[in-house]
Design a protein around this ligand. Structure first.
Ligand SMILES: [Zn+2]
Length: 317
């Protein structure tokens, strides 16, 4: 091969790589988000289509107990800088419905008939967007806290998504459904254990338990993200024009992305949750994934950028 020929090959390789970079850049900067209704936002990612579906929100007075390791004044200063109220905390609930790999997958089910005032709007919002519960073919659960699982079964005992296979992280099942733990826990402290039993007890033989790290469904890769709960798991949704990471409760509200060191009162193992928060945020950045979180700022799907020691979550508009 002559030097000239080799050089021209090299040039073509450089041009090709640059072109791919430009194309990737376009895809990265232009995810489309459309408000379908007040509670539902559609995100088109080519072959993958996602709906961020609000289950309403909770509201709590802000006191020193919410962030366990930061002074209340620092928390209030952060909220003020973000343009948010400083006397209370509004915590959105946003589940995700994704059409991927021939399935319609619901990630977490919301509060159902068991939440506080302002919660439990998932089904009405789904129907408002023209999505029936019957059309959901898979329900994938991130962890067993009530706001994520209570919507699976109503007060009458019926499964709300009758045609869906249900997938749960095996370590999460193992922790919450463990009989010895139940027996050793005083009745007054059994709230979460009772919730898990109400929802999953009658489904013990049909629920599919997967090991975090496994491919759960085509286009849905699970990733261990323990700490918030013992088996908390997140999901990389692949096959569209851009990856989408459903990170569930890796953070509570977006403030905990800005301050990944801060520990929300709900993290069962604060130290592990903190390390997980950094690892999962870095994963989103390294794979250039959009991020969806159950308690993130509406519509609950957006982009992540690095800022100082933490991250900024910017909701899609
Ligand atoms: Zn939650």
């Amino acid at each position: 091969m002559t030097t000239m020929r080799r050089r021209s090959l090299v040039n073509w390789a450089v041009i090709g790589a640059a072109l791919l970079g430009v194309l990737a850049g376009c895809a990265a900067s232009a995810p489309r988000a459309t408000a379908v209704t007040e509670g539902v936002t559609r995100v088109e990612l080519g072959a993958v289509k996602a709906l961020a579906v609000s289950d309403g929100q909770g509201s709590r007075p802000l006191d020193a107990s919410f962030v366990r390791n930061a002074p209340l004044a620092d928390v209030q200063a952060d909220l003020k800088a973000a343009g948010l109220p400083t006397d209370r905390l509004d915590v959105p609930y946003t589940a995700l419905v994704v059409d991927v790999g021939g399935q319609r997958v619901l990630f977490d089910t919301g509060n159902g008939e068991f939440g506080g005032p302002g919660a439990g709007k998932l089904i009405d919002n789904l129907r408002g967007a023209g999505v029936t519960p019957e059309s959901v073919t898979a329900v994938v659960i991130s962890h067993f806290h009530g706001d994520h699982i209570n919507g699976l079964r109503n007060k009458a005992g019926q499964v709300v998504f009758p045609n869906a296979k249900i997938y749960v992280p095996a370590p999460e099942w193992g922790w919450w459904m463990d009989e010895a733990r139940y027996a050793a826990t005083p009745e007054a402290s059994r709230g979460g254990l009772n919730t898990a039993r109400r929802v999953f007890g009658p489904l013990a033989t049909s629920v599919i338990r997967f090991e975090p790290g496994q491919q759960v469904l085509p286009g849905v890769r699970s990733i261990a993200a323990f700490g918030h709960t013992p088996g908390h798991t997140v999901f990389m949704i692949e096959g569209g024009s851009r990856k989408l990471l459903y990170w569930a409760d890796t953070t509570n509200v977006a403030m905990f992305a800005r301050h990944p060191e801060w520990a929300v009162v709900f993290d069962m193992d604060a130290e592990m949750a903190r390390a997980t928060r950094h690892r999962i945020a870095e994963l989103a950045l390294s794979e250039n994934a959009l991020v969806a979180g159950f308690h993130l700022t509406r519509p609950g799907v957006g982009t992540l950028t690095r800022r100082g020691q933490g991250y900024d979550f910017t909701p899609l508009k």
